[in-house]
Design a protein around this ligand. Structure first.
Ligand code: SAH
Ligand code: SF4
Ligand code: F3S
Length: 458
């Protein structure tokens, strides 16, 4: 039977069993935006099965937790939530609970879920999302536990994403990662790099632009290697140029960019394409060459700074953000100081720092780590203090300037204010009413803090 026929059979069987019983699903994604975008695909599939969606898990007939494995704290959080769902299941025995996402790709985790969390009905792997309807059907027929963590190689190209936002959309351009940074679990749970076809990406962006979408975020673990698996060189800068030519008033962003592959062609494309945001997220991880080598990052501090200087020569105000890992195994005080030095020198607009988390199965997990946890926490505080003072100082450069801001939501901190992001990816808050949400607004910056700037509508 073809896959299409099997799908149709499953869909009609589910419809028969559920008949007119309620179909409300609660889908919660953790982790990076690629995972969030998978969650949107899961919703797309459930929508086809007749499910509506709720943000309130107590009302749900089906719960899917789409998990992240990048740090132990992320996993602990999910285990806590799964644990608390035992009560929900007792109150509503017909409730079906499924676990998807990156945690499921580690067999010790799937086994632990199967053994110790009887409230879970099925586990589905990151590249097996399309098996969800089948697993669901088995549950409805009374099967106790289902699991599909096979690796399939289709990208669910035909599955529509149910996006939670009408004016911002993320578009995955590739899946997986080939880099094997020694601390990172992603290549193990997401497999090798697979790029989507340029035609499919272009068609999706054209459609989003035609629907009035204002911001398109292209996603991949390392977008700079987009197309390598298809044998194409410099495919990402070319993709940016092609997407820039699509009609419509929208901004193009992308994440993440590996510093070892941040080429001149990429930087040229950012500057040449008016729709591409003047902001680059360039994860540094560490400011010490020895640590970078132990992390298998394959660039040096000097090469990183060369890229930054090249960008800043063309635009001294260009916005840069980064990820930092504090306390990589046996990181010394001197090595940590190297990170502080680079942060001081580059003056990032924002940093996303993480304390190193041991991920079993990775290379770094084998290193006997002598650095104490208290020392790591103290370094984290020093790093955050430094960045706060840098952001406070560097955001002042925007005072008196005009910024074009995509209004995203009401401000959580100030009544009557709207919060949005500027082209440079800076949070901007300004007085205004909710009708502006989803639109570009021109503001003049009148004040700066260490986490945002304040504007006034022009
Ligand atoms: N592919 C992206 C990163 C994905 S993970 C890139 O290379 O930029 C997002 C961030 O999580 C990483 O940049 C890193 O800073 C952090 N991270 C990954 N594994 C980690 C670990 N084991 N412990 C702490 N932080 C980690
Ligand atoms: Fe992880 Fe490195 Fe791949 Fe990023 S590039 S996902 S940090 S292995
Ligand atoms: Fe987490 Fe998986 Fe993303 S491990 S960071 S959800 S790729």
């Amino acid at each position: 039977m073809t896959k299409m026929n099997t799908d149709n059979r499953i869909f009609s069987e589910i419809n028969q069993i559920l008949d007119d019983s309620p179909r409300l699903a609660y889908v919660r994604s953790f982790g990076c935006q690629l995972n969030v975008s998978d969650g949107e695909k899961i919703k797309g599939m459930l929508k086809k099965l007749g499910y509506g969606f709720t943000e309130d898990e107590t009302r749900a007939d089906l719960i899917i937790l789409n998990t992240c494995a990048v740090r132990e704290s992320a996993e602990d959080r999910v285990f806590g939530i799964i644990g608390s769902m035992k009560k929900l299941k007792e109150l509503k025995p017909s409730l079906i609970i499924g676990i998807s996402g990156c945690m499921t790709a580690q067999s010790h985790i799937s086994e632990r879920i199967k053994k110790s969390y009887r409230q879970v009905d099925f586990v589905v792997g990151t590249s097996a999302i399309r098996s969800i309807p089948g697993l669901l059907l088995d549950c409805l027929k009374g099967r106790k536990f289902g699991m599909d963590i096979e690796e399939y190689d289709d990208f669910s190209e035909s599955v529509e994403q149910v996006r939670s936002c009408s004016f911002k959309a993320s578009v995955p351009i590739m899946f997986g990662c080939n880099n094997f940074c020694t601390y990172c679990i992603v290549p193990y749970v997401r497999g090798r790099e697979r790029s989507r076809r340029q035609e499919d990406i272009v068609a999706e962006v054209e459609q989003l632009a035609a629907e009035g979408c204002k911001e398109i975020m292209l996603l991949g673990q390392n977008v700079n290697s987009y197309g390598n698996d298809l044998g194409e060189k410099n495919a990402f800068p070319r993709l940016l140029r092609r997407l820039n030519g699509i009609d419509g008033d929208f901004t193009i962003r992308f994440m993440s960019s590996h510093p070892k592959d941040a080429s001149k062609e990429l930087i040229d494309a950012i500057f040449d394409c008016e729709k591409v945001a003047k902001h680059l997220h360039l994860p540094l991880q560490s400011g010490d060459n020895g640590v970078l080598e132990r992390m298998n990052r394959r660039y040096t501090v000097e090469k990183y700074l060369e890229t930054v200087d090249g960008i800043r020569r063309r635009d001294p105000d260009f916005s840069l953000t980064t990820d930092i890992i504090v306390g990589f195994p046996n990181e010394t005080e001197g090595e940590f100081q190297g990170t502080l030095d680079v942060i001081e020198r580059v003056k990032f607009d924002n940093i996303y720092p993480f304390i190193y988390s041991r991920r079993s199965g990775t290379k770094a997990a084998e290193i006997q780590d002598e650095t104490r946890d208290e020392e790591k926490s103290a370094r984290m505080r020093r790093l955050l203090d430094l960045q706060h003072s840098i952001s406070a100082e560097s955001y002042k450069r925007f005072i008196g300037r005009r910024m074009r801001v995509l209004a995203e939501d009401v401000s959580k901190k100030r009544k009557g204010y709207i919060a949005g992001k500027s082209n440079e990816f800076i949070i901007v808050e300004f007085e205004g009413d909710t009708s502006l949400i989803g639109q570009f607004v021109d503001v003049e910056i009148i004040d700066a803090m260490n986490w945002a700037v304040i504007g006034k509508i022009i």
